[in-house]
Design a binder for this molecule. Structure first.
Ligand SMILES: [Zn+2]
Length: 103
């Protein structure tokens, strides 16, 4: 059986900036979070112990955080989490999903 190794991208572009996407162990211990967007250093950190589907969800979350910051939307964190959830479901489920999270 040919199994594809699924990996999140090493970089994502937003608003003309390139963010390095870095998988990091023990992010949850430092920040009690599964992901973190760092605007000065243009980094998105993602907890490496998460499964791939959760990593994708966390990346979506952090991209929304980036949009919230640059567009000065002032979204409450609850709204960001809700958008993460609906986008993750819409992009990863169904017969022919845009993002495959299952091998
Ligand atoms: Zn957040």
């Amino acid at each position: 059986m040919n199994r594809k190794v699924l990996k999140i991208p090493k970089k994502v572009s937003a608003f003309g900036y390139e963010f390095d996407v870095i998988l990091r162990e023990d992010l949850e211990n430092d920040n009690s979070a599964q992901g973190l967007a760092k605007f000065k250093s243009k980094q998105i950190l993602i907890e490496s112990s998460l499964d791939y589907s959760q990593q994708v969800s966390t990346l979506i979350h952090e991209i929304i955080e980036v949009g919230n910051e640059y567009l000065e939307l002032g979204l409450e964190h609850k709204a960001i989490c809700g958008l993460e959830s609906v986008l993750h479901q819409a992009l990863t489920t169904g017969r022919n999903p845009l993002i495959r999270v299952n091998k």
